[in-house]
Design a protein around this ligand. Structure first.
Ligand SMILES: [Zn+2]
Length: 439
């Protein structure tokens, strides 16, 4: 970030020199909880944190807000969003393609505001047409629009006709790959997103198949790292996950472990390898394929958690999941048996590290940006207290939330009705029939 940008952010936050007092503060560091605590914000940064008794005299005359029954915690982080228009959603005009870019930009503002409204103060965008996410990041940094901090990938790098090709960058050789990475760098991305396997919602794409060789992925990782960018790989199929891990990606989106027969088969040894390499994995994966009607974004997170994988809270928000589903995703992690304190770490400090913002956000400590929530109750005791927000503060500035619709999970499919994602289910059934037709 340039000095001008930093100055702009500070100016934007200059109204916020203040002391917050709270019954409890979760700092975002494992097991660090402060009681009867004070936190001091100067501009966009935290300058002091500790117990109220220890508050230095110099801050005593500063404006003070008291939240004795509340908890302060780091702002939540979405590590896997798609900022732009929802697929298939166009302006209602005779030639919507003329307006696609503008529509996409406006829609990204809508998503960003809604994410902030549920308490998300940083977002990693993993696939956005027209580099909309890069522009949105700049607009937010300059205070043109309000929203969470954005980490932008621009269009996903994929193969010709590969997953998300309509909004992605299509490449078919190592030269193409290097060119695409450099072009993304030129466009100002923060992270490189690559489609390591096929995906849903792209006709003709096979989720269980790898899209790139290890050699190709290694070239991509090498060039991205040379330019200072992390690599996030979209990976449903097990072979694609394996190749991405071997090539040294930093982050895996989905990590679904779809085997070649179209069903989910968790591979413990591969999870161990992911853990050993310290690769972050988001949990935007339904627990099984073929999908069970009514299943939502409950993830494979518990298996990954048990194998010591650094899982984080990315929900694929903007692709199929709306922003208001974010907290529901956290509740599902709890239902899956993951301890609340682990979920809160995955959604704050670890998520920040996963998206390249360690040392900037995700922890409440001096020098960190003041990205935080004040909620009634204590989410360590009841995670639903994240719904009862008193303040959403992004880079030192209060964000006034928009009304957010209630989200209680995807509706179960009616009896006898096929799920929309039935490609894998059909494949599984056909392979079963084919096995018997072998004479
Ligand atoms: Zn995605």
């Amino acid at each position: 970030m340039t000095d001008t940008e930093t100055a702009a952010i500070h100016e934007n936050a200059s109204n916020s020199q203040r002391v917050l007092i709270a019954g409890t503060v979760l700092t975002g560091r494992p097991d660090e909880v402060l009681h009867d605590a004070a936190l001091v914000i100067d501009g966009s940064r935290i300058v002091w944190i500790g117990t109220r008794e220890q508050l230095p005299e110099e801050f005593e005359s500063w404006p003070t807000e008291r939240f004795e029954q509340s908890t302060i915690l780091p702002g939540l982080i979405e590590t896997h969003a798609h900022l732009g228009a929802r697929p298939g959603l166009h302006p209602d005009v005779p030639a919507p393609e003329w307006h696609e870019q503008g529509w996409n930009a406006l829609h990204s503002v809508f998503w960003a505001r809604r994410l902030a409204s549920v308490g998300v103060t940083s977002v990693q965008s993993l696939g956005s047409a027209f580099y909309t996410d890069v522009v949105l990041r700049e607009a937010i940094n300059r205070g043109l629009v309000e929203g969470p901090r954005i980490v932008a990938a621009g269009p996903m790098i994929t193969t010709t006709a590969g997953h998300d090709w309509r909004t992605g960058s299509e490449v078919d050789s190592i030269d193409d790959i290097r060119h695409a990475v450099r072009e993304h760098h030129k466009a100002g991305v923060d992270v490189i997103k690559v489609g390591a396997t096929g995906g849903f919602f792209t006709p003709g794409s096979a989720q269980w198949k790898a899209q790139f060789t290890v050699e190709e992925l290694s070239a991509l990782v090498e060039d991205a790292h040379r330019l200072g960018h992390r690599v996030a790989a979209h990976a449903h199929g097990t072979e694609g996950i394996r190749r991405a891990v071997e090539a040294g990606v930093d982050y895996i989106a989905h990590g679904t472990f779809i085997s070649d027969n179209g069903t989910t088969k968790f591979i413990p040894e591969l999870a161990d390898e992911i853990a050993r390499k310290g690769i972050y994995v988001d949990v935007a994966a339904p627990p099984s394929y073929p999908p069970v009607p009514g299943e939502t974004i409950a993830p494979r997170a518990h298996d990954l958690y048990e194998h010591g994988v650094k899982f984080v809270t990315g929900h694929d928000i903007g692709a199929v999941i709306p922003p208001e589903a974010y907290l529901f995703g956290l509740y599902q992690l709890e239902q899956a048996g993951i301890p609340r304190k682990e979920i809160l770490i995955a959604a704050t400090s670890r998520a920040a590290a996963a998206i390249g913002l360690a040392g900037v956000t995700g922890v409440l400590a001096p020098q960190y940006d003041a990205d935080l929530l004040v909620v009634d109750g204590n989410p360590l005791e009841d995670i639903h207290s994240l719904e009862h927000k008193r303040r959403i503060i992004i880079r030192g500035k209060d964000f006034t939330p928009d009304p957010v619709p209630e989200y209680r999970g995807r509706k179960p499919a009616p009896q006898g009705h096929k799920p929309t994602n039935n490609v894998l289910e059909e494949r599984f059934q056909r392979l079963e029939r084919a096995r018997l037709q072998n004479w």
